[in-house]
Each structure stands twice: as C-alpha cells, then as structure tokens.
Design a protein around this ligand. Structure first.
Ligand code: SF4
Ligand code: SF4
Length: 71
C-alpha cells in the first residue's frame, strides 16, 4: 500500500517540463496529483506538484526538471 504523505504544505520545489518534451503523454498517467496538463510541451501546475518525481522517472527524454516554486 504505502500511501504517500501529502507534502503540499512544505515542498518548495516543483517539476517543470522543458521544451524537449516530445508530448508522449507518459507522465500524465503517472502523476498522482493530476498536476500535468497536455500541451506542447506538457505543463505542470506548481501548486499541485509534490516533487514525487514520478514524471521524471517515466519521461523518455528527461524533460522534467526540478525548479524552485514561485520563481
Ligand atoms: S513530480 Fe510528481 S506530482 Fe509533480 S508533476 Fe511530476 S508526477 Fe506530478
Ligand atoms: S513523459 Fe516527458 S516527453 Fe512525455 S509528455 Fe511527459 S514530459 Fe513530455
């Protein structure tokens, strides 16, 4: 099982999808927060992202990058 604790209240980083995204859609299925939206490139809502890294793990082109929130 292993439900992850919510880190909404203390995480200060968010994943960001770079232009190198090939719009394969793999990350959207993996995001437990529903933070990813289709687009070119795909977009991550920093308010929802909990830095879990699932998108980064599945991305075939390493387009998901960890950045500081609110900057
Ligand atoms: S790091 Fe996790 S929560 Fe954030 S966008 Fe990627 S899969 Fe979603
Ligand atoms: S997994 Fe990577 S390449 Fe595929 S849609 Fe997501 S960010 Fe883009």
């Amino acid at each position: 099982m292993g439900a992850l604790p919510s880190s909404h209240y203390y995480n200060t980083m968010s994943y960001f999808i770079k232009k190198s995204c090939i719009t394969c859609g793999l990350c959207i299925a993996e995001c437990p927060e529903g933070a990813i939206t289709e687009g070119t490139p795909y977009i991550i809502d920093p308010a929802l992202c909990t830095e879990c890294g699932a998108c980064d793990e599945v991305c075939p082109v390493e387009a998901c990058q960890l950045v500081k929130k609110g900057t």
